[in-house]
Design a protein around this ligand. Structure first.
Ligand code: SF4
Length: 326
């Protein structure tokens, strides 16, 4: 992995609430607190893994950063510009700076367009050079993600899942972005193919000096890819630090539980698995106090009433738990 550089993305106190409506008049009856005050930074050449169980709000964070969804409040700074409140038409100017790679590239690739057209489309939209320049750049990108030139004439359905994800990467990289948001980019792929796509993503990030937000439920994959990891639970970050520290010295009981479920390469190494009681609470009515208190093996009475602060434990290590402030 490359050395990290200047800040590309800064997210501050980001919130995204969705209205819950019911009845024939579709009256607002509540809110889904999908993202509830999330802050982090990503530098050039750096990967931040965003991890948490299904429904914790991590994909919504990615979509709000990309401005596919409008934030309820908070700030999103892309290379210093606050893009959180700009209009949809102004967002377009920033599209070339930030690209998204989806879990299922098939649904994001127009099946009627050839692979070559799909990858050249963003370049044409941003009027990036002559037809010959674009053709040359697309040919290079195809080579870079491991395709022969004749793959440009094929259609999405003619590619396997892993090949489609490589095609999605070529398309995302076409306009030379500074930031890529990859939302579960390998979770739909066979395990044998996952490693190829992940290694390609790591190589491309290094080569293009990308800031990468890697969203996944799979902590083992996130560990392999990320410089730093942010752990999310019911709309909030509960811990953020560098990958090594998170794995060696987790401070939040939820992080400990997630880590206890990660398989170790050494079959003889014993590890006690922490089984969390109950289900993930609904983000419509999140628990008061610490949101994790309904499942936390170490919960105390104050955890039900008082929300813990997101404490700076050491340089670049923050976590929110009352145990850390005692
Ligand atoms: Fe558990 Fe309490 Fe810490 Fe929340 S604040 S993680 S409930 S000990």
């Amino acid at each position: 992995m490359s050395e990290t550089g200047q800040q590309v993305l800064s997210v501050r106190n980001l919130k995204k609430y969705f209205d819950v409506r019911s009845g024939v008049l579709a009256r607002k009856t509540g809110q889904v607190y999908a993202v509830d005050g999330v802050s982090f930074d990503i530098a050039a050449g750096e990967t931040l893994g965003l991890v948490g169980e299904s429904g914790c709000g991590k994909s919504t964070v990615g979509r709000v950063i990309m401005r596919l969804l409008d934030p309820t409040s908070g700030e999103i700074h892309l290379k210093g510009d606050d893009i959180s409140t700009i209009s949809k038409s102004d967002v377009r100017a920033y599209r070339r700076e930030m690209q998204m790679v989806f879990q299922d590239p098939y649904s994001s690739l127009n099946p009627k367009l050839s692979a070559g057209t799909l990858v050249s489309e963003p370049l044409k939209n941003f009027k990036e050079g002559s037809a010959t320049d674009i053709r040359q750049r697309v040919t290079k990108l195809f080579e870079r993600v491991g395709f022969k030139a004749d793959a440009m004439e094929r259609y999405p359905h003619e590619f396997s899942g892993g090949q489609r994800q490589r095609l999605g990467l070529a398309r995302a990289l076409a306009v030379n972005p500074s930031l890529i948001v990859a939302d579960e980019p390998v979770s739909a792929l066979d395990v044998s193919v996952q490693a190829q796509v992940i290694n390609l993503l790591i190589d491309l990030q290094d080569e293009f000096n990308l800031a990468l937000l890697f969203i996944s439920h799979d902590l083992a994959v996130v560990e392999h890819v990320s410089h730093r990891i942010a752990v999310m639970y019911v709309g909030k970050l509960v811990e953020i630090t560098d990958t090594q520290t998170l794995f060696k010295n987790p401070q939040h009981p939820y992080t400990e539980a997630l880590l206890s479920a990660v398989p170790t390469p050494d079959p003889l190494a014993s590890k006690e698995k922490i089984i969390l009681a109950g289900d993930v609470p609904s983000p419509i009515n999140p628990p008061k106090g610490c949101r994790f208190h309904t499942r936390c093996p170490e919960a105390m009475s104050k955890c039900e009433k008082i929300e813990p602060l997101f404490l700076e434990l050491s340089h670049d290590h923050k976590a929110s738990c009352h145990l850390l402030s005692n």
